[in-house]
Design a protein around this ligand. Sequence first.
Ligand code: NCD
Length: 296
Amino acid sequence: MNHLLEISLLEKTNVEYLFRRALSFKNHTAYPNYQDYILANLFYENSTRTRVSFELAARNLSMTVVNLDLASSSERKGECIEDTVKTLAAMGVSLFVIRHASDGIPKSIAACCPESVHVVNAGDGQHAHPSQALLDFMTIVERKPHLERLKIAIVGDLRHSRVANSLQCLSALCGVGELALVSPDFWCPRVAHYGRVTSSLQEGLDGADVVICLRVQHERLQVGEQLDLASYRSQFTVTEQALRWAKPDAIVMHPGPMNRGIEIDSEVADGAQSLVLEQVKNGVFMRTAILEALIQ
Ligand code: NCD
């Protein structure tokens, strides 16, 4: 594994290895020392948990971390991202964690880099967010290891969500028993990689083992796509009442950041079935396993 660009470029054995390794780090396996490596976080879009957890993951491996201040970088003077990456690579940076608003940027950077450089896609446009899907599935298999027996429901803005794409691809790779993709018609996925699309929350949640809520991506809505919040709330918010359609031991997840009261109610987000903060915690272990796998 030279780069982590999208789930469809991984084999099932890569994914199973990452689950095992991340869980073993969580169970206190000692971290190897990679102090000669330098990682740069290049975030061209806002982020809290993804950027910080890649930084903590790199520190677990004793790497040096550079967080580029993009507001004052040379790109403000017109430098293209490829030149920024090549410049940093010349200084010895060999791992680049890239988040960008445009689909495909991490892939095109990976294509023009020297072989010694590793690129991680930390979310590109509406395309992919592989490390998020991997940490989400780590959180699922920790509680419910038999993915082939599970019904997973993903609820929300499936059209604009890169997390939804990566979750679908990972569900296909891991052979998830049933995947329900729940969204209003106007946000149904343009391409469903796996699973069945429905606009009925009840149908989607019925008997589900795992409920993954996705953020309403206000910043990605086009003109004319403004949301009627009251109508969205009445049909798609995962409330305590709606959660009763799922199995009694169903787990609830959300990649964050959450819009409380829009895609998920606070009673559910903070309730006994919620694993939202466990996802955040697992994110550091999964990203440690990813960085290690890239340089091995
Ligand atoms: C996601 C993202 O940025 O794609 N968040 C995250 O990485 N934790 C989901 C989102 O923004 O809704």
